[in-house]
Design a protein around this ligand. Structure first.
Ligand code: TYD
Ligand code: ZN
Length: 398
């Protein structure tokens, strides 16, 4: 058994998705022999209770394949990042000459909003970020030192959907130790294990999500690396996340929300293997139900297409064995994915215009995390008699 990436104690495995591809590596039709696969399995640390992947993709494989995140594809996410910036501007960035850093830039929406308000800002992102000042590197001791030497300490360091994918968190926290101002905060948000279990959203588990945080595990993690968890906030985005606020020890009084969440997690057994094993049984049930439904609909002559070629749906399609025989194509707004195939499952990705040309009988919503936004935008599909198939929290048709 591999040891915990944070505390080195053994990890107890509770689910094995077996052979899975890189969730963002959309091959061209002629490139199928170059696909990389690894064993996607997940377990919980016996000691610090951090849920994590058993095997991780070696960084030299992962970084080549990634494709940049486009929050602009979702107006909900753009609004979310603008609101996040406004909150920081009102609460944390109120001093004489504040400085905000984002690790991984998420399209730069948050930093751009701060920049427009006249606040010094910097993205720390190896591939840069459009329209914002960027330090092209990973966030670690070296980059944190350089940034501090040029810009001084940071009042806020923010990261969204990034920290859960960083295999080795020690250099990140060491970097924070150097870069954060004495009263500065590190704020990060990622999918919440409690939500993944509530929604049985097993497809949040893929190569780029290495950690599935709980308040308890993040509290332990912060302490281990010399910080303190001082606040948490539930977020509705991406199928349910938590935003964690971490400060230097003793600098801020922890909010009651932290203790409340710890009590709730304890009461619902979030750190117990039995809870995760019950989750695993529900995941198998979803696979069986979804595969049966798709075969039944196809046998009845229905046309079914996919909507939104998300990274998470890679786990769903590969785990369920869903390919182009059941779903002839999946439509997606991302130009870089169009004309390519979904990883491992090889479903062609087509522009969203293909969706209405003509409408299918059913659409399997791969991008269920944007369900409200997409269903509102595609109201005409329902009006034309089309129906959505969702697979979380269980298989259902709407
Ligand atoms: P994302 O939310 O980033 O999920 P993941 O992290 O699992 O990849 O991906 C959303 C995908 O869905 C992205 O490829 C863009 C696509 N999309 C659409 O095609 N139409 C839409 O209206 C929205 C909101 C997203
Ligand atoms: Zn551990």
């Amino acid at each position: 058994m591999s040891p915990c990436r944070v505390c080195s104690h053994p990890i107890r495995e509770f689910f094995d998705f077996e052979r899975q591809p890189l969730s963002s590596a959309f091959p061209r039709p002629g490139e199928l022999d170059q696909e990389y696969f690894f064993r996607l399995a997940v377990g919980m640390c016996e000691s610090c209770t951090l849920v994590q992947l058993i095997d991780a993709v070696p960084p030299e494989r992962a970084h080549h394949q990634g494709y940049p995140y486009h929050s602009a594809a979702s107006s909900v996410m753009c609004k979310h990042f603008e609101q996040t910036a406004r909150r920081f501007l009102e609460t944390e960035l109120t001093g004489a000459d504040p400085f905000v850093v984002e690790i991984g830039a998420n399209d730069g929406v948050m930093l751009r909003t701060c920049g427009d308000a006249g606040v010094r800002h910097l993205a720390v992102e190896p591939s840069g970020a459009a329209g914002v000042r960027a330090h092209r590197a990973f966030f670690d001791v070296d980059s944190a030192t350089r940034i501090r030497d040029t810009d001084g300490t940071a009042d806020v360091v923010y990261a969204a959907n990034t920290i859960c994918g960083v295999t080795d968190l020690r250099p990140v926290f060491e970097g924070l130790g150097l870069l954060l101002a004495p009263d500065g905060v590190f704020v990060f948000e990622d999918p919440y294990l409690g939500e993944i279990i509530d929604r049985t959203s097993f497809d949040q588990i893929y190569d780029e999500h290495v950690f599935f945080f709980t308040v308890r595990a993040v509290g332990a993690l912060a302490t281990r690396y010399g910080f303190e968890l001082v606040d948490i906030e539930r977020l509705p985005v991406h199928g349910g996340q938590i935003r964690y606020t971490i400060a230097r020890p003793g600098r801020r009084a922890p909010s009651p929300a932290v203790a409340d969440a710890l009590r709730t997690e304890q009461a619902r057994g979030l750190a117990e293997l039995a809870t995760l094993e019950r989750f695993a049984a529900r995941v198998q049930r979803i696979r069986d139900d979804l595969v049966a439904l798709l075969h039944e609909l196809r046998a009845g002559g229905a046309r079914i297409v996919g909507y939104g070629a998300t990274a998470k749906s890679s786990t769903m399609a590969n785990y369920c064995g869903i390919g182009p025989d059941l779903i002839p194509f999946v439509c997606d707004t991302t130009p870089a994915k169009q004309g390519r195939l979904t990883p491992g499952s090889h479903i062609p990705v087509r522009p969203v215009e293909a969706f209405a040309d003509p409408y299918p009988d059913f659409a399997l919503l791969f991008a269920w995390n944007h369900a409200e936004e997409i269903m509102a935008k595609e109201r005409a599909f329902r009006e034309a008699g089309g129906q959505w198939i969702l697979y979380v929290p269980q298989v259902h048709i709407v």
